[in-house]
Design a protein around this ligand. Sequence first.
Ligand SMILES: *[C@@H]1O[C@H](CO)[C@@H](O)[C@H](O)[C@H]1NC(C)=O
Ligand SMILES: *[C@@H]1O[C@H](CO)[C@@H](O)[C@H](O)[C@H]1NC(C)=O
Ligand SMILES: *[C@@H]1O[C@H](CO)[C@@H](O)[C@H](O)[C@H]1NC(C)=O
Ligand SMILES: *[C@@H]1O[C@H](CO)[C@@H](O)[C@H](O)[C@H]1NC(C)=O
Ligand SMILES: *[C@@H]1O[C@H](CO)[C@@H](O)[C@H](O)[C@H]1NC(C)=O
Length: 372
Amino acid sequence: MTTSKASQAVVLAVSALVAVCKAFEEISSDRCDCFLTNGSTASYFAGHKFFDFRSLPQHAYVPAHIEDAYESSYTTPTSEYFTSEEWTSTWRTQGWNNSRTVDAGVASVLMVHSPNNVYVETNQDGDPASETFMTLRTIRLREYQSSAEFESVDQGYQFVSMRMLARTIGAPGAVTAMFTYRGAEEFSRIQESDLEFRTIDPPNTVQCTNQPAVDGEGAMVDRATRNVTIPGRLTHRDWAVYRMDWTPADTTWYINGQNVASIAFQSPRDPSILIFNSWSDGGSWTGNMTVGNEAYLHVQWIELVYNTTTPENSNREEGQCYNVCSIDETETVGTLVLLQGSASGLLDRTRGFGSVVSWIPWLAMAMMMRST
Ligand SMILES: *[C@@H]1O[C@H](CO)[C@@H](O)[C@H](O)[C@H]1NC(C)=O
Ligand SMILES: *[C@@H]1O[C@H](CO)[C@@H](O)[C@H](O)[C@H]1NC(C)=O
Ligand SMILES: *[C@@H]1O[C@H](CO)[C@@H](O)[C@H](O)[C@H]1NC(C)=O
Ligand SMILES: *[C@@H]1O[C@H](CO)[C@@H](O)[C@H](O)[C@H]1NC(C)=O
Ligand SMILES: *[C@@H]1O[C@H](CO)[C@@H](O)[C@H](O)[C@H]1NC(C)=O
């Protein structure tokens, strides 16, 4: 076959797939054996989770701030949502503080994470896109910076496509973030992929980084980080879908479906936790927030497709994927469609049905080509 004939054949195959895509059938999560993402980082994942904060009016409550640092760190969750199985089986709301880094002279302001700053609130926008959303708040009080963080219970995530519909608003001097994290005794051995919004930056920028972005001499490592302009003339104050794909090859960031950055340099390799936060410590990265000021990360929903090394959290048999599902090709976020397999459930998979396919490279190829 000549090259042009070969590429014609590929184009035909892809357009056939696109035609099929229009008819993708909705399927429940428990019927999916694996999830195939789209884009240049198209990959298979074994697990899926969706957290929807858009319609939780029964939990909507904006708590008053707590002046006492110690009390704020040990306070109870702001609503029953944050004690529900839905939340606690995946996330842990944090209450630690940075007194050690203040003592070491790295931070200049005491920062205390508080469950009081993680809450559901009514969406008061004109023509609101949702009834409610989740907020991560950070406030500069007289004695300290009150801040917000939640981390995954599972420490074994190893490769993930994490997405959120979110915005960042508020006073200069805060950072809001979605990231993967694997700590280490030595700072240089930390593994971490970050999506970070700095409220001191121009609001149309966002920072994408594979840490550490600072070397032993304190100099910036340019290869580790990208200062991205949010596409579509949007700012971080606008709602947008932020997606970070951590794969074996690299970490790639997307905003509203558009690939905005990709970094292979020191992309994480080992099992990690997932974190969302909103904070400030008076250091050079966040800057100082004026006493009495606040900033927020607002989140309508979070969606994850992932692999994990933690057996209890990994519900799939190694390498077996009969029903291949997508969270991208669906019309409605949070629902799944079947890319390949059988929605009818007539096939008995438990008996090791003859045509069980292992993770199929050609389908991943097609998903990649669709998006170019
Ligand atoms: C992936 O699918 C989503 C949802 O259909 C779409 O918005 C996005 O543009 C696609 N992304 C890429 C990188 O192709
Ligand atoms: C997730 O795990 C499956 C099964 O082991 C594997 O085939 C797939 O490549 C993994 N995904 C990534 C992104 O590594
Ligand atoms: C900060 O954390 C330390 C332990 O690391 C604890 O001893 C101290 O009480 C905490 N301070 C506040 C204000 O919560
Ligand atoms: C990103 O670039 C803008 C200019 O476009 C600059 O003002 C801002 O300080 C930069 N942010 C970082 C973290 O480098
Ligand atoms: C923040 O303010 C403290 C004094 O309260 C100061 O020591 C520190 O250098 C300031 N940080 C920045 C980034 O300007």
